[in-house]
Design a protein around this ligand. Structure first.
Ligand code: DGL
Length: 254
């Protein structure tokens, strides 16, 4: 049986890599989950360390940064872009989708809806986010709709503290403790920045294990898998999965 041109085209598309980007190490958790869910895919991870932190930047700067990252990944022949950053998703995903219409683009959003579904009637949740996410239209409206059940906590420095320190250091622990101190009776914490996933264990310890934690990372990876499958672009099972890492920041001394 001969293969039609369109079938051959789809087959070639399947082998193309998937781009994942964040301002730094935060998106590595999304990458880990995605590569476990899709072991045959080839991933390219781009850390925009030259412009980290995104969370303190203007809408314009974040949109430019996200557009450049997506452009680099599209230039590397990616079939899909995974925005593994809540800030870039909230601020720039619509722009990315209009600029790169032929590529699947999935984003990372604070898991407000799943949290609200499971929150007790008298409980409240703390949504830890960057300043830019807190100010974004999408996030603001999600919080407004929650009727006070979601308390948004815009954080200026936590992502940078996590990026630049050992996760087990006192600097990181002290920063997380200070952030959560005003909310000793919270029922849940929403991790609204991909960097914060790394401090899940610390958050649990602070609340003595008595806290629900919501992270959008798994949802994003599952959505990516679904979109690839619907488009017929999942990697063939004979392909061996891999990950390549890139950064926009040159290493010192290199
Ligand atoms: N990791 C990013 C996020 O999910 C932003 C961290 C930053 O660069 O400020 O929002």
């Amino acid at each position: 049986m001969t293969m039609r041109r369109s079938e051959a085209y789809i087959l070639i598309m399947c082998y193309r890599p998937i781009g994942v980007f964040d301002s730094g190490v935060g998106g590595l958790n999304v990458l880990k989950i995605a590569s476990e869910l899709m072991p045959n895919e080839r991933f390219i991870y781009l850390a925009d360390k030259a412009r980290m932190p995104y969370g303190v930047r203007s809408v314009r700067e974040i949109t430019t940064a996200a557009t450049e990252c997506a452009g680099i990944l599209v230039g590397m022949n990616c079939k899909a872009i995974t925005v593994a950053c809540n800030t870039a998703t909230e601020v720039a995903i619509d722009t990315l989708r209009s600029l790169f219409p032929s590529v699947i683009i999935v984003g990372l959003e604070p898991a407000v809806k799943p949290c609200l579904r499971e929150l007790g009637s008298n409980g409240y949740a703390v949504a830890l986010v960057t300043e830019a996410t807190a100010a974004s239209v999408k996030f603001e409206s999600a919080v407004k709709k929650s009727d006070g059940k979601i308390k948004a906590v815009p954080l200026h420095a936590l992502a940078s503290v996590i990026e630049n320190n050992d996760i087990n250091s006192t600097a990181v622990r002290d920063c997380v403790s200070a952030v959560l101190k005003p909310y000793p009776d919270a029922e849940a914490v929403i991790l609204g920045c991909s960097h914060y996933t790394s401090v899940t264990r610390i958050i649990r310890e602070i609340y003595g294990g008595n806290i629900k934690i919501y992270d959008g990372a798994y949802g994003e990876a599952a959505r990516l898998k679904y979109c690839l499958s619907v488009a017929g672009l999942s990697a063939p099972t004979e392909q061996t999965g891999s990950v390549r890492f890139y950064s926009t920041k040159k290493r010192q001394g290199v």
